[in-house]
Every structure is written in C-alpha cells, then in structure tokens.
Design a protein around this ligand. Structure first.
Ligand code: SAH
Ligand code: SF4
Length: 358
C-alpha cells in the first residue's frame, strides 16, 4: 500500500522548469527557488532532497512529502569489459523493467538509453522485440537513466560525451516523451548536453523522421536498414510493410536536405540471410550518393531464434564492397556481450543471473 502511494506521487524529473516554477509558486515559494531546485537536479545531480542544502529544510521536507526524486528502482547492475561496460536493470512503477548501458572508452563515454519497456515492432532478430510492448518510458524516466550514469562517471572524475537512444524500444513510437527528454537534457540552464552528441535510432517510422527533420535541435539520426530489398526487409522487420524502402529513403533524403547532417544506416549481419556480396552491392546501389555512413553490426545472439551471426570474413567482404563503392562503412565494436548488454540483447531477463555489482 505504502509503495503504491509512493508511486502515485509526481516525479520531479517529469517537470520542465516553468512547471517547477508553477509548483513552487503554488506553495508560496519565491520565484528563484525553482531555479535552485532545477540546478540541484540537473547541475549538481543531487541524489536526494536532503542533499539540496541550499533549499530551506521545510521546502525539502515538502518536496519529499509530495513528490519523488525519480521513479526508477535499481534492481541490478552488471559489469563487463573490465568494468568499461555497465548495465543497469530498473523496475518502473507498474513492475515493467528496462535497461541502461554505459560504455567507457579512453576518450569518451556513451550512455545507451531505453525509451520503451519492450517494443511493439517485432523485428525477428531482436530480444526486445520478442517481449512485445509493455509500456512507454516517461520523460522523467528517460532523463533519470542518463543522470544515474553521469553520477557514476562523476565519482571517477569523468563525464558523458555521447548519448544514444538505442536501448529498449522504438523512440519514435514514444516521440513526445522522448523529445521532451531531449530538450530537458539539452537545456543550457540545466544538464546542458549538446544535441550534436545525441543520436536516435529508429526502425524506420517515417512520420518520426519528418518530425525530427523539422526540430531545431541537431540530434543525429540513425536508421535501421538491415536489408536492401522490400521482400527481405519485410521478412526481418514487419514495419517495412507499413513504411517500405522507397518511402523510408525518401524521408531520410528529405531529412538530409533539410538538416545537412550525415545519416547513419545500421545493418545487422545475419549469416546466410542478408550478408552476401550481392546484397552488399544492392545496398550500395540503394544508398550510394546519399550523405550517409553504414554501420555494420555483427548480430548478437538472442536465445530462441534460429539465426546466426555472420562469419568475420563475410563481414569484411560486405564492408569492402561498400567501401569500394565510396560509401563510408564501419563495423560496430561489441560491448557487454557476456552480460547481454550488446545491441538487441536488452530483454531485461529476470533476476537470478549472476550479480557482479549489487
Ligand atoms: N528501436 C530502434 C532502436 C533500438 S535497437 C531501432 O530498431 O533502430 C538499436 C539497434 O540494434 C538497431 O539498429 C537494431 O536493429 C539493432 N539490433 C537489434 N537486435 C540486434 C541484435 N540481436 N544484434 C545486433 N543488433 C541488433
Ligand atoms: Fe524494437 Fe528496435 Fe528491437 Fe526492432 S530492433 S524490435 S524496433 S527495439
């Protein structure tokens, strides 16, 4: 019961600055208090209301009474790659679970954020797709995943340099909440994270691509392509029946023309399915001439699927065909395979897996 009451309290991370101002004014507080609170949330990254020592004690008590500082319940944290990859598993109010992955490199640190618990898109190669959609992640819950990883980094004297919306879920199927999180995280008065260092990956929802093209913040776009023909793409990704390749690529081209930004095409390599030299040439025909980059992703195993990852030689040949055609093409470096934190493995397996960090 107590837990349910806790869950009904509004989450402060769901509030914009003007909304916090309205809330605190309603409590009879002077106008500047909301800004103080906002700085505590997004600049100091306060982990509790008590830690906000520049706010009056009575206000801190009221905030704790009537709101909550985040709504994610950390259930498990696992490490891989000698501590350079960290995966957090969270329970959301209502018990759905999501995951967040932090990847550290010598010169940068990237957080991969979930925008939905599960996903309705049903791509056959993806663990999240097998779950179906449980629920959307709220703006505050998206923001909180990032703040958590920034706190982790801060204790080591480091900070986030890149933010990718490539965790569980399809960001454009939760566009409004996702975009509000982008704006919050970008806000120079708060977290102040550059939009140019953010990338969103979409399965290919055309209306979302149009919307992103018209936004003022320069968030980067990655598009999951995975096949150069409608027949093959529809077999792997049901969404292709709704938005076939010609529509998808027309939307991407329009995005490029409006924004002048290079788009990244993701291509998961599945042995014997979409990884032949001929298909590489077809892909080159399809995207050649566009301001783009192809990111090949060796498929990460998902239990219960009959699929296999392509052999390394096959990946190299595929890449070579594209490069010879003048298309910039890289192979994504794997992270967190042993803790199922790699692309497409995020399915929030039930607890009981070995804990590395509690
Ligand atoms: N829903 C979005 C973003 C999340 S998935 C999208 O589909 O684009 C991020 C990337 O991981 C996508 O390109 C997706 O196709 C890819 N992916 C999914 N399952 C994978 C797997 N098992 N191995 C490797 N990549 C996978
Ligand atoms: Fe959803 Fe992306 Fe997985 Fe497809 S690949 S099921 S869109 S999360």
């Amino acid at each position: 019961m107590l837990k349910q009451i806790q869950q009904l309290k509004p989450n402060v991370y769901d509030y914009t600055l003007p909304e916090l101002e309205a809330l605190l004014q309603g409590w009879g507080q002077p106008t500047f208090r909301a800004r103080q609170l906002y700085r505590q949330l997004y600049v100091n990254l306060a982990a509790s209301f008590e830690a906000m020592t520049d706010l009056p004690v009575a206000l801190r008590a009221r905030l704790a009474e009537e709101t909550r500082l985040g709504s994610l319940d950390l259930r498990r944290e696992q490490m891989a790659d000698s501590g350079d990859t960290r995966k957090a598993l969270w329970a959301l109010p209502g018990e759905a679970v999501i995951e967040t992955v932090l990847m550290r490199y010598p010169e940068r640190a990237t957080v991969c954020v979930s925008t939905q618990a599960g996903c309705a898109m049903g791509c056959v190669f993806c663990a999240t797709g097998q779950m179906g959609l449980l629920r959307n992640v709220s703006t505050g819950e998206i923001v909180e995943q990032v703040l958590h990883m920034q706190r982790v980094l801060r204790t080591n004297g480091a900070h986030l340099t890149n933010l990718v919306f490539m965790g569980m879920g399809e960001p454009f199927a939760n566009y409004d909440r996702w975009w509000a999180a982008v704006e919050r995280l970008h806000d120079p008065q708060g977290f102040n994270f550059g939009a140019r260092n953010m990338t969103v990956s979409t399965v290919g929802l055309v209306p979302g691509i149009h919307r992103l093209a018209s936004e003022t913040l320069p968030v980067n776009l990655a598009v999951s392509l995975h096949a150069p023909s409608d027949q093959l793409r529809s077999a792997l990704m049901p969404v292709n029946q709704r938005f076939p390749l010609h529509e998808l690529l027309a939307a991407v081209q329009e995005y490029i023309e409006r924004t002048r930004r290079r788009v990244s095409f993701e291509y998961v390599l599945l042995q014997g399915q979409n990884d032949t030299r001929e298909l590489a040439a077809e892909l080159a025909d399809l995207v050649g001439g566009m301001l783009c980059h192809v990111n090949l992703i060796p498929w990460n195993p998902v239990p219960g699927t009959p699929l296999h990852r392509s052999h390394r030689r096959q990946v190299e040949t595929f890449q070579q065909v594209l490069v010879e055609r003048g298309i910039p093409c890289t192979v994504r470096v794997e992270r967190g395979l042993e803790i199922a934190a790699a692309c497409g493995q995020l399915a929030a397996l039930p607890a009981g897996m070995p804990l590395v960090v509690a």
